[in-house]
Design a protein around this ligand. Structure first.
Ligand SMILES: CC/C=C\C/C=C\C/C=C\CCCC(=O)SCCNC(=O)CCNC(=O)[C@H](O)C(C)(C)COP(=O)(O)OP(=O)(O)OC[C@H]1O[C@@H](n2cnc3c(N)ncnc32)[C@H](O)[C@@H]1OP(=O)(O)O
Ligand SMILES: Cc1cc2nc3c(=O)[nH]c(=O)nc-3n(C[C@H](O)[C@H](O)[C@H](O)COP(=O)(O)OP(=O)(O)OC[C@H]3O[C@@H](n4cnc5c(N)ncnc54)[C@H](O)[C@@H]3O)c2cc1C
Length: 673
């Protein structure tokens, strides 16, 4: 499945012949074991080989409406097969999760501009699983699982996406009728953005301000039916539609939604956290932020998505760079593969290292999320703020890096990178969307910075700190002295920690100084730029720290040859990071010009070593041709044939002369103006 049968370009073959580690061993690590790789390949093939999907059709040439309709048609083909496969596998919940995990990438190949049902299977189902009581689970989960109802997560409004405390949709409870009445009192209270909302789903989790006994009790989740289950017509009082063309996500069917006196039964308020008694008495949850739980889960999931988008983009950029020849380095020699230009290596190799380190972070964060959620289920919510801060911080840092890296990969493919058939545009659109959805990245960094400032205060007062921020003690302990740089991986980590702690101190001091003339809130706003920089640096500390810990474990468990590749990757990540953050480092670390020159030289040495492993690593990401979906990044490297074949499929090329010639061009040319 992963390799097509055409003859591989000789330049690419020559590269693969030189790989000095076992690519399959790397793939097994990336997907969590040989069994998981087998499963992935099976599931991918199971879906992608279905002729009913009609994947030959290039949907990018279709109209907005046709794209959506084709995406719905294809999704239904997939979901029917999903349930068939699930039954064949044994029908357990674990089987379902296994298929869904693998389907995530396959779905990208099937609906490159987004899945019109993605919210049903992610945020809608997750909210019902995590925020309902037992009775509600029993009522809703089977209907959701069987797709008897389809739903989305409707939180954001025209006027508010970030500051969700000020959402305006109201849900007013009447104990006499035991119903809520939902209203959108203003234009800005219209729900705006929820994926799949426009014309696809018939239900939604709606976040609305709960009013009971004359008081507002803040935003609460309600499950609301929006469309008739037979006719799919909007129910009375529901004003609903699609929000129109976007930068990407064209087939996700993001929608708008307004309510006018819509009645919702008492049992439809999700009651695991906050509770409303039938008489209208409100019972507060243990922590008001428990209702934000679905956002936290999705932010955690977004790290692996970022890793995989980078892996895909670097696969395309590297394979292309190994077959594209241009510009002799020595004037009398043949034109080299463009990867021989060291600037090209500088564009692509650090990206490959980021994909690997982000994958380590995704695994770490998934485990942390599980353990903190389990603690939460026993009533211990102490580590919720830590998880919130970490997931916000890494969501922002990883998706920012993701969008930047994917764009650099596009640029590294020169003009051909600008073609849709190169496959980098959809990856970029998804990356840049991820910078905004599930919490805008600046806002996410500011949330993480709140935790950093609190921890800094704690450290100053001799309190205790969570593991990930203990480096703040080192900064305080140095008492104004700079960290001395040493050129080892741990030395680089300490330097980034010193930069993060130093920037946290600058932000803290800024706030303390401003507090003399302003409120703490105003002072915090004025320190905003420092706060976001501190949180960003903290994100890099976490990535490097987890990267070091995880890769040390990996090296102990893989063959020596692959171990060397991992060591090389970790060093690439670390040296690239410190060189990119050198301004911040210089402020807080005793690092000389010679040290910096040494780091720059080290980067060149690392590139030299990685030059032979790079193709093995990207092949090891194991994206099959249908998933990579790129004229420049196919396994065989036959880019020029792929490009001309793709161009010939342009709708304009289906006839020699376009009608506009006779209609407009010829009369214009003959008119003598
Ligand atoms: C697997 C498949 C994956 C995805 C599907 C793929 C594609 C689908 C595509 C897109 C889906 C996109 C879906 C969406 O975008 S849904 C909408 C998402 N919206 C947001 O993310 C909104 C962002 N805003 C917020 O999250 C909050 O407003 C806030 C910025 C966190 C601020 O909240 P607020 O109540 O106003 O809090 P503050 O008064 O500012 O107090 C902060 C205080 O609260 C603590 N806090 C906040 N959140 C949490 C939490 N979740 N857990 C624990 N604690 C929390 C925070 O730490 C701080 O504490 P202090 O002690 O400092 O006061
Ligand atoms: C592709 C896509 C899919 C989406 N899917 C869904 C969905 O399924 N369901 C759903 O409910 N929502 C969805 N959303 C909405 C999304 O979650 C919000 O757009 C996002 O949380 C950002 O909020 P906003 O649009 O209000 O941005 P704003 O908050 O208006 O941001 C505008 C600017 O203001 C700045 N800003 C705002 N507040 C602060 C602050 N406190 N401090 C400093 N700067 C600030 C931001 O940094 C930014 O630069 C989706 C959005 C997109 C783009």
């Amino acid at each position: 499945m992963s390799k097509n049968l055409s003859i591989v370009n000789k330049d690419l073959k020559e590269e693969r012949d030189k790989i000095n580690f076992n690519v399959e061993e790397f793939t097994n690590w990336f997907y969590g074991g040989a069994e998981k790789v087998k499963e992935k390949k099976y599931i991918e093939n199971y879906f992608l080989s279905d002729k009913d999907l009609n994947l030959e059709l290039d949907t990018s040439y279709l109209s907005y409406k046709d794209k959506y309709e084709e995406a719905v048609r294809r999704s239904i083909v997939v979901y029917k097969k999903l349930y068939k496969l699930h039954n064949e596998m044994g029908g357990t919940h674990e089987d379902f999760v296994k298929i869904m995990e693998n389907l995530r990438f396959t779905m990208g190949a099937i609906n490159p501009e987004g899945n019109p049902f993605v919210l049903h299977f992610s945020m809608f189902a997750l909210t019902i699983m995590n925020m309902t009581n037992d009775e509600q689970k029993a009522e809703w989960l089977p209907r959701i699982f069987n797709c008897n109802i389809l739903g989305t997560y409707a939180q954001t409004e025209l006027g508010h996406g970030t500051y969700i405390q000020r959402l305006e949709t109201t849900a007013t409870y009447d104990p006499k009728t035991k119903e809520f009445t939902l209203n959108s009192p203003t234009l800005t209270s219209y729900k705006w953005w929820p994926g799949n909302l426009g014309h696809t789903v018939d239900h939604a989790i709606v976040m609305a301000q709960l009013y009971s006994q004359g008081k507002c009790h803040g935003i609460q989740p309600f499950i609301v039916q929006l469309r008739d289950s037979e006719t799919h017509k909007p129910l009375p009082g529901i004003d609903i539609g699609d929000i129109g063309n976007k930068v990407g996500f064209q087939t996700v069917n993001n929608g708008f939604l307004g309510f006018k006196n819509v009645k919702v039964p008492y049992k439809n308020m999700l009651m695991k956290n906050s509770k409303l008694l039938e008489d209208g008495t409100f019972i507060k949850p243990k922590n008001a932020k428990l209702n934000y739980g679905t956002m936290v889960i999705i932010r955690v999931h977004m790290i692996i998505d970022a890793a995989c988008r980078i892996a895909k983009a670097t696969t395309i950029a590297l394979r292309y760079s190994l077959v594209r020849r241009q510009s002799p380095i020595n004037p009398n020699e043949i034109e080299p593969k463009i990867i021989e230009h060291i600037t090209q290596q500088n564009k692509i190799f650090p990206g490959i290292a980021k994909a690997v380190v982000f994958k380590c972070m995704a695994d770490y964060l998934t485990k942390l999320h599980l353990s903190i959620t389990q603690e939460g289920n026993t009533g211990n919510l102490a580590r919720m703020p830590e998880l919130h801060a970490l997931s916000c911080c890494l969501k922002a840092v990883c998706t920012n890096e993701d969008a930047k890296t994917v764009e650099v990969c596009r640029l590294s493919c020169g003009g051909h990178g600008f073609l849709r058939s190169a496959g980098l545009d959809d990856v970029y659109r998804n990356s840049t969307a991820a910078q905004t959805y599930e919490g805008e990245n600046t806002v996410m960094l500011l949330q993480a910075a709140r935790f950093l400032i609190k921890s800094f205060n704690e450290a100053r007062n001799g309190g205790s700190l969570t593991e990930g921020v203990k480096y703040l003690f080192d900064f305080i302990g140095r008492n104004g002295k700079r960290e001395i740089f040493d050129n080892s991986i741990n030395g680089i980590l300490r330097a980034i920690q010193a930069a993060a702690a130093g920037r946290t101190y600058i932000a803290w001091k800024h706030i303390e100084d401003d507090k003399r003339h302003n409120s703490i809130e105003v002072a915090t706003n004025l320190a905003g730029v420092h706060l976001t920089k501190a949180a960003e640096l903290h994100g890099y500390v976490c990535l490097l720290q987890v990267g070091i810990e995880e890769i040390e474990k990996i090296i102990r468990n893989v063959s020596p040859a692959l171990g060397l590749v991992f060591k090389n990757i970790l060093e690439l990540f670390a040296v690239d990071l410190i060189l990119n953050k050198i301004g911040d480092v210089i402020q807080h670390v005793d690092i000389s010009n010679e040290d910096i020159e040494k780091l720059e030289k080290q980067m060149e040495t690392l590139f030299k070593f990685f030059r032979t492993s790079a193709i093995g690593v990207v092949d090891g990401f194991d994206f099959s041709d249908p998933i990579i979906d790129s004229t420049l990044g196919s396994y065989d490297g036959n880019v020029y044939e792929n490009l001309i074949n793709a161009a010939r499929k342009s709708p304009l090329n289906q006839e020699d002369v376009n009608r506009t010639f006779h209609l407009y061009i010829k009369p214009f040319m003959k008119s003598n103006l």
